[in-house]
Design a binder for this molecule. Structure first.
Ligand code: SF4
Ligand code: SF4
Length: 166
């Protein structure tokens, strides 16, 4: 079974201080201020927390035309266009977008050292306990674990779950 990393967004939320997440530190030698976990959390928010509004206010309000839907209907942010004005954060009626993440300067996660599970990644050691772990699990809706890509799983309450359980 292949190894993946599992990001638990609830653990990030629970440990936030004054609305700020501790994303942990990042091993990215050439850009010491890079925090790759922000990149993963942004992708997870847009894929799993965004309600995919039909007439999306975030897209409408963006002055730089930096937001668009991909072929799956997921909002994507073009960071080469984004000017970091955070109008989209203010416009989103569901609080999907965080002003801590939607910044013009984007961090990158390249899943470094991914194949070396005897040596946990720096983000695993410095993020809130249990928020970033290696796992051999697979996506499992019953446990609210979803695949972000072939290497990253995300544990999150999807808004659609609440709708289904009403
Ligand atoms: S922060 Fe970026 S994506 Fe959001 S509205 Fe401003 S330019 Fe557009
Ligand atoms: S306004 Fe918020 S919930 Fe609606 S599509 Fe944009 S990010 Fe998603």
């Amino acid at each position: 079974m292949s190894k993946k990393i599992l990001i638990d967004l609830a653990k990030f939320r629970e440990s936030a201080k004054n609305g700020c997440y501790n994303y942990g530190e990042c091993t990215y030698d050439f850009h010491p201020n890079n925090i790759g976990m922000k990149d993963i959390v942004e992708q997870a928010m847009l894929r799993f927390a965004c309600r995919r509004c039909e007439e999306a206010p975030c897209i409408t309000v963006c002055p730089a035309e930096a937001l668009e839907r991909d072929e799956e209907g997921i909002i994507q942010r073009a960071t080469n266009l984004c000017i970091g004005c955070q109008s989209c954060v203010a416009a989103c009626p569901f609080g999907t977008l965080s002003n801590r993440i939607i910044t013009a300067k984007k961090s990158i996660c390249d899943l470094c050292d991914f194949n070396n599970d005897s040596n946990p990644l720096k983000c695993m050691k410095t993020a809130p306990e249990g928020a970033v772990i290696f796992t051999e699990q697979e996506a499992n809706e019953a446990e609210r674990i979803y695949a972000l890509n072939d290497k990253v799983l995300v544990k999150e309450f999807i808004w659609d779950d609440f709708k289904r359980n009403e």
